[in-house]
Ligand binder design. Structure first.
Ligand SMILES: [Cu+2]
Length: 320
């Protein structure tokens, strides 16, 4: 089913290979948005370019200088992950350089990821706002969306964040870093990396026939108010104990909210990080509100916490 990454606190020795740098330039598209959104909590959508800004339902549409399919083609020619991908924008105010060590991690190998944030002039950006208890959120997904990880790089100082993780299998991964430079808007930057090793057969993404499933002793269902793209959609997770069938009422706040939802389009170009509506205390339901920017297949990961352990419930839906 879902393959989780291990977040490791253990630091690996930094190999002094020529650092592969992926330079991502963020634009100012996110500035000033949000007020039009009915969503009570921050929701940010990193999408492919200007469509996000045009989409009033996107909440915080932080343009991520994401890799359009055309750009990913360039990535395919590389034998190594973590190579430089440079994107630019006339409105760039934030740059993010990604460094991977090793550059071509093997499956399961501890990999240090450094994220260096600077302004348009190349000066490190030093101050960040805490957002949902963290200065930076990092989402890592495999190309086929089967593997998902949500981790939090440590802030080292002078614009540098760092985290150590491992990629579960060979193949390409896309990373999404969320952060708010103090005095600026929510930014989302992306990077691609290829893990060495035999790529496992991609698991084709298909919409779930029923929106119920049992995971780790939790029976979860997802109610989605509409499958139409481009309009406000309510997502309601209902959780019960898989064995006793009793509603779960002991959910704990996780990163300052009853739950977190990350949504990605099948092509990895549409990224939504949705926080719940008010009034969700401890279960058994958790309600979220968002809008899917365009038709297609999307994977939704609901992340909750109970008994001091977080767990993830994924669903796949098709929007018309
Ligand atoms: Cu996070």
């Amino acid at each position: 089913m879902i393959e989780m990454f291990k977040e490791s606190a253990q630091k690996t020795k930094y190999r002094k290979r020529s650092a592969a740098a992926a330079l991502i330039v963020l634009s100012l598209l996110a500035a000033g948005c949000g007020s039009a959104s009915k969503i009570e909590h921050a929701e940010h959508a990193a999408t492919n370019g200007k469509e996000a800004a045009a989409n009033e339902h996107s909440g915080h549409a932080s343009d991520a200088a994401t890799n359009a399919p055309g750009n990913e083609a360039a990535e395919d020619h590389s034998e190594h992950g973590g190579k430089a991908e440079i994107e630019s924008s006339d409105q760039a105010d934030v740059k993010l350089e990604w460094r991977y060590s090793p550059e071509s991690p093997k499956p399961g190998e501890e990999t240090k990821i450094e994220l260096l944030v600077s302004d348009a002039a190349g000066e490190p950006i030093e101050k960040y706002d805490v957002n949902h208890e963290k200065l930076m959120h990092l989402i890592i997904v495999s190309e086929d969306l089967s593997a998902f990880s949500h981790i939090h790089p440590d802030y080292i100082g002078k614009g540098k964040f760092e985290v150590t993780t491992a990629f579960p299998q060979g193949g390409s991964y896309k990373l999404f870093a969320d952060f708010i430079p103090t005095g600026s808007s929510q930014k989302t930057a992306t990077s691609l990396i290829k893990a060495d090793g035999k790529k496992q057969a991609a698991q084709p993404l298909a919409a779930d026939a029923t929106l119920t499933k049992d995971i780790d002793g939790v029976a979860a269902s997802l109610d989605i108010s509409s499958l139409k793209s481009g309009q406000e959609v309510d997502l309601t997770f209902t959780l019960s104990d898989a064995e006793t069938k009793k509603p779960i009422t002991d959910l704990q706040p996780y990163l300052g909210a009853i739950g977190h939802v990350v949504i990605l389009s099948e092509d990895l170009n549409r990224y939504l990080h949705v926080h719940p509506k008010e009034g969700n205390e401890s279960g058994p339901t958790a309600e979220f509100s968002t809008s899917f920017p365009e038709p297609g297949i999307y994977k939704i990961w609901g992340q909750f916490q109970r008994g001091d352990k977080s767990f993830i419930i994924p669903f796949t839906v098709e929007l018309k």
